[in-house]
Design a protein around this ligand. Structure first.
Ligand code: GDP
Ligand code: MG
Length: 210
């Protein structure tokens, strides 16, 4: 696979691993579903138990491939999380704007990311479920301040309505470095195959836990 890609005349799309983090029920799976299929399905959870989903994102000045890794069930098993974060380039840390404790936990999730990846990672803080404005417990400004303090991007979304979901991924694409040289793309392909093995281990665990 890597040899073939080296022979291609066009540069290989740069791949980025993007992990979704945050407490259970904040809407991580729904956000992936909205982005991938432009749908909102409360029964989707069961079918997403695969390694990751890939999507090509077309940005202003580049085209990239994002691998979206969901954390179905692992939220409760924090000891599994570092290995999941380890080789990621993007961490999307989600909270539910109607659930203050889910926001309070985001600092811990971001700390986990920084412990594993330092500054070599793009972190996005996402306040989901803005369609439930009347039940809001987390003021936008509070989250903006946290994002500033922790040097992350910030956006509010509704996976249910589709509000700002595309925008979220577009902002991620725009903030990632440009296409690297073919050599780097070649390296990233090797990384992906390693991740896959690693992921089998992780998700083998998960199937027991779920
Ligand atoms: P996860 O545990 O973080 O993956 O959360 P899910 O995607 O499974 O969503 C948890 C619950 O919140 C489900 O009942 C979803 O239908 C609901 N949900 C997710 N996103 C939204 C949203 O934007 N608005 C509303 N009102 N409900 C949402
Ligand atoms: Mg989920």
């Amino acid at each position: 696979m890597s040899k073939l890609s080296q022979n291609k005349p066009n540069p290989v799309l740069k791949k980025y691993k993007l992990v979704f983090l945050g407490e259970q029920s904040v809407g991580k799976t729904s956000m992936i579903t909205r982005f991938m299929y432009d749908s909102f399905d409360t029964h989707y959870q069961a079918t997403i138990g695969i390694d990751f989903l890939s999507k090509t994102v077309y940005c202003k000045d580049k085209t990239i491939r994002l691998q979206l890794w969901d954390t179905a069930g692992q939220e409760r098993f924090r000891s599994l999380i570092p290995s999941y974060i380890r080789d990621s380039q993007v961490a999307v840390v989600v909270y539910d704007i109607t659930n203050l404790p889910s926001f309070e936990q985001t600092s811990k999730w971001i700390e986990d990311v920084r412990n594993e990846r330092g500054e070599n990672v793009l972190v996005v803080l996402v306040g989901n479920k803005v369609d439930l404005e009347s039940m809001r417990q987390v003021p936008t400004e509070m989250a903006e301040n946290l994002a500033k303090d922790l040097n992350t991007l910030f956006i509010e979304t509704s996976a249910k309505c589709g509000y700002n979901v595309r925008q979220l991924f577009k902002r991620i694409g725009d903030s990632l470095p440009d296409l690297d040289t073919e050599l780097r793309a070649h390296e990233s392909l090797q990384e992906v195959s390693l991740r896959k093995q690693h992921n089998e281990k992780l998700f083998g665990e998960k199937s027991k836990l779920m």
